[in-house]
Design a protein around this ligand. Sequence first.
Ligand code: G16
Length: 547
Amino acid sequence: MQEFEVVEVASKAFSDQKPGTSGLRKKVQVFQQEHYLENFVQSFLNVVLKDEPRLIVIGGDGRFFNLDAIQTIVEIAVANEVPQLLIARDGILSTPAASHWIRKYQADAGIILSASHNPAGENGDFGIKFNGANGAPAPEALTTAVFETSKSISSYKRAKIEALDLTHDQDILLNHTHVVIRDGIEDYVHHMAALFDFDALRDGFESKQISILFDAMNAVTGPYAKRLFLDALGADETSVINAEAKADFGGGHPDPNLVHAAELVAQMNTADAPVLGAASDGDGDRNLILGKQQFVSPSDSLAVLLEHHKLLPQFSEGILGVARSMPTSTAVDRVAESLGIDCYETPTGWKFFGNLLDDKRIQLCGEESFGTGSDHVREKDGLWAVLAWLTIVNSLNKPVAQIMSEHWQRFGRSYYCRYDFEGIASDSADEMITALTKSVTSLADQTFGNYQVKRADIFEYTDPVDASEAKNQGVRVFFTDGSRVVYRLSGTGTVGATLRVYLEQYQDASGDLQGDAQVVTQELAEVALTIAKVNEFSGRTTPDVIT
Ligand code: G16
């Protein structure tokens, strides 16, 4: 057994360790400051050690600083005598795979190193998030307690151990801590095999009824996708592109949307495109679904999964309820209504689905931000969503475009777009939202072009399971024709503020269902920018990204 010393290191508290929508995200250089990561991890342990955790899962999306951070976390956890650490081989563990590990091995918590889809590399972003014993992102009560602790922490404990070799599976005993290093991919693949009918999918690939082009965007899902689609399902070798998980994500921006997955989009617009195109993000929880010359918006994807849920083996006995985040379009609400099941509307952030899933009120949920998932883990799961779509396409034996068109014929279509204004000065963005919030009561009945405001409000949420409350979760403006605009500031950026403007315009089945969403929502967008005085406050007239 390795001999080592445990030291108490004096440090000074940082004031900026408040987690956002999904953990603490900062520039790599911020995390590289002396004591920065150490303080945050010790603050977390100070909070959770009270419950005497037995096992903590550790892994990340492989981005720059991942391995250094894991070493630091292990040194602090060993010094704090955490009994067992389960660490992913090579540090590679997608966010949904981490959630699965926590649940499968009944861990008490997980530490996931990721800034999701944010760019990586020496000058990129880094992030750390904590998950609870149910595998879900830590609830606000826990992240607030960690933040409060971080504001006054003055020291942390550190074990002076040798650098761990994470390149192969092994068990190491370090004083009171049993360190277990295992492949973070295998269990996840087995879990998927238990949820889906792999024989049917293999037959589908073999007979060429289905085919796929999956873009791993040089991020964490590369090795997972190869084992799933190529090894387990027999898809053609060329089916997975950008499959090497690189520390800088190949210099790209692994956000699976029409802008950043341009290579995939171009290939799916060719005549010989496969049946399904898909991509995932940095840490494997987001997904993009495309058919041949057909984009499926995340909101529509959720609605279609609910419409055809009986084709998915895990839902063969039905679904009791679904949930979507508030800015996500109401497409899924209409399907839920037709099925006579509950549909919950939660604030942005996967953590708000955790209680609903645990309480078995919902089995399926999703967000406009390219997140889809089910009760099989407590995170959104990009590859699960892709397998669900493959299953539906294989069972129906119809092109994605036809599946969408039939869905809209039945339920009507929510034309949907999101405008992102990035890097706005934080003060200006706050002033804009404050002014908008104040105007909420006076907006009703005002007319802007062809749009008349019906009502406006500030979204608030009371969790139906534990009655916890979330206030100020975005400004909503509803119009008399059923359209809706939502405004909120992103909680995941690292530079200035990002304003998100979400646009939804409903068209029933009697009208044109095949329009271009950006064109159809154009006037609504102009109205939205006028109402919020976006130009006045930010100097911006056009968004940086439209998805
Ligand atoms: C995170 C959360 C999601 C949320 C998204 C949007 O995603 O896990 O639940 O919808 O942020 O965040 P925002 O609009 O505040 O930037 P991810 O994939 O970045 O972890």
